[in-house]
Design a protein around this ligand. Structure first.
Ligand SMILES: Cc1cc2nc3c(=O)[nH]c(=O)nc-3n(C[C@H](O)[C@H](O)[C@H](O)COP(=O)(O)OP(=O)(O)OC[C@H]3O[C@@H](n4cnc5c(N)ncnc54)[C@H](O)[C@@H]3O)c2cc1C
Length: 399
């Protein structure tokens, strides 16, 4: 195991830094730094910039138009992107659906859908969760019944992130209700503009419209939109979830967030001294920084093993739990650092309006981010579920 970068990796890091400096539009990084939403147009613009450089699909094989970076290169890119306040890539098409199509899709599906993901023709969303089927995903009920050369889909998905922007949704549907739960599920690609689909917003704690409910009422889906074999969808769904958990530790985001906390706490006065000089506050900052450094080292250790051909198993669960605890603690410290300035909770701040913001300027989105990031310990497999996995592997014997 070698935790230091090779000369080649350092050269790659310089290349990424230069790209971020020259190609990342300042108005975009300002928005991300201030916690404002980028919106669909902004997100598509960033995707197009990355695609122009051939860096939009770091994890795809070259034969599909990807960069085919190894784990260390991906890690370097993610670190630099976070440090430069670059937008995150919307993952649904690029890092969730694409690997499934590349492994299990037909040649026709690969030829048609993959280039459309790269050039932004399609915006995908993920239709897995349902009311009553979140952690217990295999109990999902949305039904698809074969009728000639179509499936007829009825049911409901929920928590569909950015479904309001999407023109396509990949869905887990029940095609056989009479077998063991996992054996009657299929993986369907559904056009969101098909008659019978209704998208309803769910407004989150921070006032944003980020997730949705999606209803299906006799929705006709061509059979060629079935991925792989009927009733084998659970295998593909699980394969996709291993890709959902990439960059799970979020070291770069936490480091950027911690820098902001320190900047605010050095400027804010408490009892006549900068807040950073308050022993209680400084101790919390120090503790989270220690935790972050320890996690960054574990992250590099796991990445180093992955680059050498090992597959992260239970380690991904450990990074998910620790990474999200750290990010939420940093959000809490930021909220405490701006103190009463966080109180107005200006949702316009995240939407980037020109309305007057509470001072200091950075305070605007702090409360909103604190509330929004409650989600981190829920999605991508809740932290309780991850702890269950860790306990089973560590104490129950075997992976
Ligand atoms: C902001 C946000 C965005 C999301 N985006 C999407 C999306 O785009 N597409 C999509 O399909 N889904 C999405 N999800 C859904 C997400 O995957 C689920 O919320 C998650 O799987 C948890 O399921 P649940 O909400 O039904 O909670 P439940 O499964 O009902 O769990 C409720 C609580 O019980 C705990 N719990 C449940 N089972 C166990 C157990 N066996 N052991 C210990 N504790 C347990 C959980 O940890 C949780 O605290 C999103 C969720 C959020 C919050």
């Amino acid at each position: 195991m070698d935790l230091s970068y090779t000369d080649e990796e350092l050269a790659f890091r310089d290349e990424v830094r230069a790209f971020m400096r020259d190609e990342l539009p300042k108005e975009m990084s300002d928005k991300i730094r201030l916690g404002e939403e980028l919106g669909k147009e902004g997100q598509e613009k960033w995707h197009a910039i990355l695609n122009g450089k051939g860096w939009l699909a770091p994890n795809w094989p070259k034969k599909f138009g990807g960069a085919e970076w190894n784990a260390v290169q991906r890690h370097i890119f993610e670190e630099e992107a976070a440090a430069h306040h670059a937008p995150r890539i919307v993952p649904f098409g690029l890092s969730m659906l694409a690997p499934v199509l590349q492994k299990f899709g037909s040649k026709e599906q690969q030829d048609y859908w993959l280039p459309r993901i790269l050039d932004g023709s399609d915006w995908w969303c993920q239709g897995y969760s349902e009311p009553g089927a979140g952690s217990d995903l295999a109990s999902l009920k949305t039904r698809a019944v074969r009728d000639g050369d179509h499936y007829i889909v009825n049911g409901q998905k929920t928590w569909t992130t950015l479904g309001q922007h999407a023109n396509m949704i990949f869905c887990l549907v029940r095609t056989d209700p009479d077998v063991k739960q996992q054996e009657g599920i299929s993986f369907l690609l559904i056009d969101m503009n098909t008659p019978g689909i209704e998208v309803r917003p769910i407004i989150l704690l921070d006032g944003t419209h980020e997730v949705n409910e999606v209803f299906f009422d006799d929705v006709k889906v061509p059979v060629e939109n079935l991925v792989g074999e009927e009733n084998k969808g659970w295998t593909y769904a699980k394969y996709l979830l291993t890709h959902e958990r990439t960059n799970i530790a979020g070291v770069g985001f936490s480091q950027a967030g911690l820098n902001t906390v320190k900047r605010i706490a050095r400027a804010e006065m408490a009892g006549g001294k900068p807040l950073m000089a308050n022993p209680h506050f400084a101790a919390r900052v120090a503790q989270v920084e220690i935790d972050l450094k320890a996690m960054a080292t574990s992250n590099m250790r796991i990445i180093s093993a992955a680059a050498a051909g090992g597959a992260p198993g239970v380690e991904a669960s450990m990074l998910k739990v620790k990474g999200t605890i750290i990010r939420q603690e940093i959000n809490d410290l930021a909220r405490r650092a701006v103190g009463p300035y966080a109180m107005p909770f200006a949702s316009e701040a995240i939407e980037g309006s020109n309305e007057a913001l509470p001072d200091p300027h950075e305070a605007g989105p702090v409360a909103a981010q604190y509330f929004n990031n409650r989600k981190l310990s829920i999605f991508g497999g809740s932290n309780e579920i991850q702890r269950g996995i860790i306990a089973k592997v560590m104490m129950g014997g075997g992976k």
